[in-house]
Design a protein around this ligand. Structure first.
Ligand code: FAD
Ligand code: ZN
Length: 474
């Protein structure tokens, strides 16, 4: 970033454009604008060209030419990433947009696998699986526009990781184009394959810095026949954790989501989301959205009712509402998933995407909140997220009436406080959104030096000229 680099020469632009066809090579600034801007307004990018290849061969040809000419290439899928990884910052860069790699090549019901190109939008992959009575369980707020390639490149987490794992756990095989244009054809469908190093996992989570994922073989699961959802009022994160323990003891892997949100989050949503209703009669300090699902048509509702009843009396459950219809279920989910966006009308928000061991979440939230409030009295903590994964979006909305810009200017200072607490709990400063540019300079402060050196060595080996997403992650 900020390297002074001239725009690509017009003859080189022509050579790149020829690979994908002129129609799919965007040269004009107005056409490029949507690909150089990300939705949090944190970054404005620069580039010479936006290219939209339609095949692995075209991606390979682009990377071959880029290697020869030392042209930086920034892969981009749906441009929903939250750490700036998909934004180009060099005047001579090429943004390689994968959205035309959009074929679902195969659904193999007996193997329970689905072969998808990188630009397939996540919601479309989910729908294609559902049409064949299967589940592709990756699920996140951006699923209507994020892509499979972006999901794998960021190792996305989301709301069902509790039961099905993160993106990494959902991949059987990969096809990747390397920096010089060579293609690694690893589209295997094997559960068991111990033929040496498992290279899939190098590329998954590498945020476009090691290769461009063009196709993946994904795991499918039986479609759920029964889904039961409850919105539960609890006193504290500790009580929420107790409820998680109770739920897992009684329902095991059927506990497919367990999300936490604080009262202030509920207030933001009720105030700013048209038509939102509090499912519970009175206010509670914290809320849990719990979902059980199963491919068997067993009486999950009774299981959920029983466990909520067991959590009542002197237990963690203050009150609970069970979704009586699909409409009500999605209304419950909307309360939770719209929260991140609905912090916007409340002014500036300083955000964190962190994880700690699940058992440490209550103490972590308490300590981190106290530490930030000591520095910025009046800041409003809005910690929410995937309690079952120990992954909390520990966000702070600005004090009421404070100056937005002045508050957001304290982003690094607040990050340092929170990440200090994360470190004490043995946690991660980047649980599911990745490092990108946003956290790049923090990485050396938290990563084991040996681990960091191994990462740099891998980067040098796979991308010796440093053309793949330069300046990101490392
Ligand atoms: P982009 O944003 O385009 O790119 C992301 C990164 O991947 C960049 O570094 C890019 O260079 C790289 N990349 C993209 N495609 C490829 C490819 N084919 N090969 C190599 N590298 C590639 N994330 C979660 O984990 N959990 C959540 O719950 C969650 N919720 C979200 C909710 C909202 C409303 C939004 C806006 C985002 C959310 N995210 C969440 C962020 C998440 O990382 C992205 O939404 C998604 O995984 C990125 O996919 P994308 O196609 O938009 O990738
Ligand atoms: Zn999340």
């Amino acid at each position: 970033m900020n390297k002074p680099a001239a725009k690509l020469a017009p003859v080189l632009i022509d050579r790149f454009a020829k690979i994908v066809g002129d129609k799919h090579a965007i040269r004009d600034p107005a056409g490029q604008a949507p690909y150089l801007h990300e939705q949090r307004d944190l970054y404005q990018g620069r580039a010479s060209l936006v290219l939209k290849p339609a095949s692995t061969a075209e991606v390979a040809a682009v990377l071959k030419l880029a290697q020869e000419t030392k042209t930086p290439v920034v892969p981009q899928g749906g441009n929903t990433g939250l750490v700036g990884g998909q934004i180009a910052f060099d005047d001579n860069a090429v943004v390689l947009v994968t959205t035309r790699l959009d074929r679902i090549r195969e659904i193999d019901l007996a193997t329970n696998s689905m072969t998808c190109e990188a630009g397939v939008v996540l919601a479309r992959a989910q729908a294609a699986a559902a049409e064949r009575d299967r589940l592709f369980p990756l699920s996140l707020g951006a699923e209507g526009s994020c892509t499979i390639g972006g999901n794998l490149a960021t190792n996305a987490g989301g709301t069902q990781a509790l039961s099905y794992g993160v993106a990494r756990d959902l991949v059987l095989g990969l096809e990747v184009v390397l920096a010089g244009g060579r293609i690694w054809r690893g589209l295997r469908k094997l559960k068991k394959d111990n033929t040496g190093y498992d290279l899939r996992h190098l590329f998954i989570g590498s945020e476009g810095t090691l290769g461009i994922i063009t196709t993946a073989v994904l795991k499918l699961f039986p479609a759920p026949r029964a889904v039961e959802t409850a919105f539960v009022g609890v006193n504290s994160p500790a009580d929420a954790l107790a409820l998680l323990g109770l739920a897992q003891a009684r329902a095991g892997a059927a506990v497919t989501a367990f999300e936490l949100m604080p009262r202030i989050g509920m207030e933001f949503v009720l105030k700013h989301l048209p038509g939102a209703r509090d499912p519970l009669g009175e206010a509670h300090p914290w809320y849990v959205l719990i979902e059980l699902s199963s491919p068997m048509e067993k009486n999950l509702r009774a299981v959920l009712e029983d466990l909520l009843a067991a959590g009542g009396e002197k237990g963690p459950v203050r009150d609970a509402a069970l979704a009586a219809s699909e409409a009500q279920r999605s209304a419950f989910w909307r309360l939770r998933t719209s929260l991140s966006d609905l912090q916007k009308p409340e002014g500036g928000s300083i955000k964190h995407d962190v994880s700690v061991p699940v058992a440490a979440v209550p103490a972590f939230i308490a300590e981190a909140n106290a530490a930030v409030l000591q520095r910025i009295p009046g800041a409003r903590p809005v910690p929410f997220g995937h309690l079952g994964d120990g992954n909390i979006h520990l966000n702070f909305s600005q004090p009421v009436g404070a100056d937005k810009a002045a508050f957001v200017a304290r982003w690094d200072e607040v990050n340092a406080i929170v990440h200090g607490v994360v470190a004490r709990f043995g946690g991660s400063i980047a649980a599911e959104h990745g490092i990108g540019l946003l956290k790049r300079d923090l990485l050396p402060t938290v990563k084991d030096p040996v681990e960091l050196e191994l990462m740099r060595a891998i980067k040098r080996t796979l991308d010796p000229n440093g053309i793949l997403n330069p300046g990101k992650v490392l």
